[in-house]
Design a binder for this molecule. Structure first.
Ligand SMILES: NC(=O)c1ccc[n+]([C@@H]2O[C@H](COP(=O)([O-])OP(=O)(O)OC[C@H]3O[C@@H](n4cnc5c(N)ncnc54)[C@H](O)[C@@H]3O)[C@@H](O)[C@H]2O)c1
Length: 416
């Protein structure tokens, strides 16, 4: 038994999706006009397929006329799908979410139930806002509840397809009982289910949406730059960009660029990004995305050094794994390893050994002023150091995880 609070795009689709899978599902909305429309089998907004499913399930597995208390008492899982609009300061307004929780907890029921936020909420909302709120406000009531965070990735216009055939299901859950219940209701969707912490689940949703918004702003900034430079066919340029085999290809497909590391390097990306930024500025464009992009590429190396400094003393030994700017290459031009090693040396870390499967010689040749000890193989490096810093995502380092993990590892390519 499932209750859905909030029957907008997300809640209605979720409710219909579970009822179609055979779960008895109660739909609740405080907007009586919206609810009346639904009871008359009308969808209150434009969204394909939902009407057919509503007609098929209403009164059978999809219940819209049950009293609130009955729905809550009868349900093991309660999905909160209310709005989380932007407050004036830009933060997420959680008023609707917290008031939905108040309504649920006002029902006197001692049976175990899981309260699931499907609404989009910023990372740490469950752990730092919702759970402390419930603890504080309902202490002494001895409520038997679990919590989960289950972000929704559906797209308006494709709500039904996206919900019923999800590419992945993400569930932030930190207790076994809630996990078992969620596992049971999501199994019928035959999609990969990822169980993660509350914060991770909440973060993934923002990771997804901010990537999309960043790509749009990037494209828009590029259109401004192109129009200032002049005589550039903007739509054609973008359509040709879309023919890049990286969009669908492997290896080194687009996904490998949307992955954190310790900065981009090599011959092309750093110089071309700064060249376009310069010409844009010369043409009077106050760049934001490009300028931010360049600054982040410096900032990430400061971050790497900061993380090492937090744990490693100056006299301790450090082993750098990877000198080339990317795996399968011995190109060390503008490689992040150079900046990171230089910064460490400047900070007084003088006991640095380095190893790269193929780029030791070119690094030594290009940067003779960098005083480090070169090691011929991985074992030799590991024998010489206490701390290991991975700066290039070589396959050899992935394959030797066990051996490398005996050391204190700083994995700045996130290969493990
Ligand atoms: N629209 C999308 O494409 C989409 C996709 C993924 C995630 N989300 C997120 O899902 C959440 C819901 O989005 P939406 O587009 O469905 O919103 P919506 O505004 O269409 O629907 C929210 C519904 O919740 C109802 N509601 C508010 N308080 C309630 C309460 N206490 N009890 C019962 N009902 C209540 C409202 O009356 C409204 O009908 C938001 O956090 C949004 O960011 C939206």
């Amino acid at each position: 038994m499932i209750t859905i609070l909030g029957l907008g795009f997300v809640g209605l689709t979720t409710g219909l999706g579970f009822s179609k899978k055979g779960f008895k599902t109660y739909g609740i909305d405080i907007n009586t006009e919206r609810l009346d429309k639904l009871k008359n089998k009308e969808i209150p907004f434009y969204e394909p397929h939902l009407k057919d499913v509503l007609e098929e399930t209403i009164g059978k597995t999809f219940i819209l006329d049950a009293p609130f208390e009955e729905a809550i008492k009868d349900s093991e899982t309660i999905f909160i799908c209310v709005g989380t609009p932007a407050a004036e300061d830009g933060s997420a307004d959680l008023t609707y979410l917290l008031s939905a929780i108040d309504q649920i907890l006002a029902v006197d029921d001692k049976k175990f139930k899981v309260i699931i936020t499907k609404s989009t909420v910023p990372p740490s909302t469950m752990s730092a806002r919702v759970m402390p709120y419930v603890d504080e406000k309902y202490k002494g009531l001895n409520r038997n509840i679990g919590f989960a965070s289950n972000p929704e990735f559906l797209r308006e216009g494709y709500c039904w397809e996206d919900f019923i055939k999800p590419d992945r299901v993400v569930i932030g859950v930190e207790d076994e009982k809630s996990k078992e219940i969620l596992d049971k209701i999501y199994k019928p969707f035959n999609a990969p289910i990822h169980y993660v912490t509350y914060n991770t689940a909440e973060f993934i949703k923002y990771l997804s949406n901010t990537l999309l918004s960043t790509l749009i702003s990037y494209s828009n900034e590029m259109s401004i730059i192109a129009s200032h430079i002049g005589n550039i066919d903007i739509p054609k340029s973008f359509r040709i960009l879309h023919e890049d085999k990286r969009w669908s290809g492997n290896p080194a497909g687009m996904a490998s660029y949307v992955y954190p590391g310790c900065g981009y390097g090599g011959y092309c990306l750093p110089k071309d990004t700064s060249a376009l930024n310069s010409i844009a500025i010369a043409n009077g464009v106050n760049t934001q995305v490009l300028d931010g992009n360049l600054r982040i590429n410096d900032q990430i190396k400061e971050f790497v050094v900061h993380k090492i400094k937090e744990k490693v003393n100056k006299e301790d030994s450090i082993g750098i794994l990877g000198l080339s700017f990317k795996p399968e290459s011995d190109d060390v031009r503008l490689t992040p390893s150079k900046d990171v090693i230089e910064k460490l040396l400047q900070q007084g870390y003088n006991n640095i050994s380095v190893y790269d499967p193929i780029a030791n010689d070119s690094f030594k040749e290009n940067y003779p002023h960098i005083k480090v000890t070169y090691k011929e193989d991985l074992k030799e490096l590991l024998n010489a150091v206490e701390n290991v810093v991975i700066l290039t995502g070589w396959k050899e380092f992935k394959e030797n995880k066990e051996m490398i993990s005996e050391k204190e590892v700083f994995d700045f390519r996130y290969i493990y």
